[in-house]
Design a protein around this ligand. Structure first.
Ligand SMILES: [Zn+2]
Length: 155
């Protein structure tokens, strides 16, 4: 794959530039020396997770669907999953208050309060909300201000 000098500019084509570098790396002597890698072996680990309420999840999905004529829309982009057979709900629920900020025993609140603390977001947006450099998450308002979604967002 040969890419002209002008197209190699990372300012203009950052993705193509990145791919070009990846291809160069794969051709390097370092990668040619490595002939085998192990991927996919089973292992076990113990993790502590925050409990999630299935009742809250179902109620929030129903609430946000009712607001939009039966469709669950991303609060940032208005995206909804395509109308094709899919296993489960693709839109995810984001906590406006990070779960890590709750006490160890969790927080008890009314269903209405709990639903108001959730927002439906697409998986890509959700990932980016939780990818704030330095840790923590972007608030939806912060994220919208940083992106071109100001006109579409429902915040
Ligand atoms: Zn989240």
């Amino acid at each position: 794959m040969i890419i002209g000098g002008a197209m190699r500019s990372e300012k203009v084509w950052p993705l193509i530039g990145h791919l070009t570098y990846q291809i160069r790396d794969l051709r390097s002597k370092t990668y040619r020396k490595v002939t085998n890698v192990s991927e996919g072996a089973k292992t076990a680990k113990t993790i502590i997770i925050r409990q999630r309420s299935a009742k809250l999840r179902a109620a929030a999905i129903a609430y946000y669907k009712r607001l939009n004529g039966g469709k669950l829309l991303c609060s940032v982009t208005n995206w909804s999953a395509p109308n094709i057979p899919l296993k489960g709900e693709i839109i995810e629920l984001h906590h406006l208050k990070a779960l890590a900020g709750h006490p160890v025993k969790g927080t008890t609140m009314s269903m209405n309060e709990a639903i108001k603390m959730l927002r439906p977001v697409s998986p890509n947006i959700h990932r980016m909300l939780h990818s704030k450099p330095g840790g923590g998450s972007y608030s939806i308002k912060e994220f919208v201000a940083l992106t071109a979604n100001k006109k579409r967002a429902r915040i």
